[in-house]
Design a protein around this ligand. Structure first.
Ligand code: SAM
Length: 245
């Protein structure tokens, strides 16, 4: 599918357009601002804790790590990882979302940076002289990128880091799409979005083919493990661990 090309505006305006809120005022609003919701309510504490646990395990975080959090949003998850690593660099292209991160989720070892991920990685070494990240995270955001973007992102990582692990979580898996559109109404909703040409998929972004991810990794000689998520997190998203180990 062709990529929707104004995701930045979409995210800048998401809180006000979807919820009629001009700015974040409560912890719950942080979840609404970055769509970490189920049926318009923040995900449960249980789901949140499970995500943090899986990130820790999949990235094998340690106090020596410099972690880059791609599409860090307002720092909901970034902040929870601060005691596991030495330093975190969060990157997100939405000014209101980065403003909320600095206001609500600041920490001495986290720097929230405004920028678009693929572009940012092209000049990472100039922005962060001498810093070699060891771990990269992208939580629930690959859906807003194209296959070419993934390739650009990985090339950027490879030029900034010697050894790295990159965990990209919550990627909508095209092979599991019908678990999501699982009633006649939901299937009709999806058909209507397609017919309208709504390329945001109501904010969900693009469905990804696992084979596309494997192909990009093969071409760059990177290892890749793809694992479908399980309920209660989701039955239509996958987590991917990419490394050069
Ligand atoms: C669904 S939210 C997830 C935020 C965060 N990772 C989390 O799990 O709470 C998607 C985020 O991706 C950011 N984003 C989307 N495309 C981006 C890009 N090209 N560069 C930087 N940030 C981007 C949006 O601004 C938004 O904050």
């Amino acid at each position: 599918m062709e990529q929707f090309d104004n995701w930045q505006q979409f995210w800048d305006e998401f809180l006000v357009k979807r919820y009629g809120k001009e700015e974040v005022q409560t912890e719950d609003d942080l979840y609404l601002q970055v769509a970490r919701t189920v049926n318009r309510k923040p995900i449960t504490r249980e789901a949140f804790d499970e995500i943090i646990k899986q990130i820790n395990i999949d990235l094998a975080l340690s106090k020596d790590d410099v972690l880059v959090d791609f599409c860090c949003g307002n720092g909901l998850f970034t902040y929870e990882l601060k005691d596991k690593v030495k330093q975190i660099i969060g990157i997100d292209f939405s000014q209101p979302i980065i403003d909320a991160a600095n206001k609500f989720k600041p920490a001495a070892n986290i720097t929230y940076c405004l920028g678009s991920v693929v572009d940012y990685m092209q000049t990472f070494k100039e922005n962060w002289p001498g810093v070699k990240p060891t771990k990269y995270l992208m939580n629930d955001s690959l859906a807003y990128f194209s296959v070419a973007d993934l390739e650009g992102m990985l090339k950027g990582i490879m030029s900034a880091s010697d050894r790295f692990t990159y965990l990209t979580r919550g990627v909508p898996n095209d092979e599991l799409k019908w678990n999501y559109y699982n009633t006649p109404e939901r299937r009709q909703f999806y058909a209507d979005l397609q017919a309208k040409g709504d390329r945001t998929n109501d904010g969900l972004g693009s469905w990804w083919q696992p084979a596309d991810i494997r192909r990009v990794c093969d071409e760059l000689n990177l290892q890749c493990i793809i694992r479908n998520q399980q309920l209660p997190l989701s039955n239509y998203r996958m987590d991917i661990i990419i490394s050069n180990a």
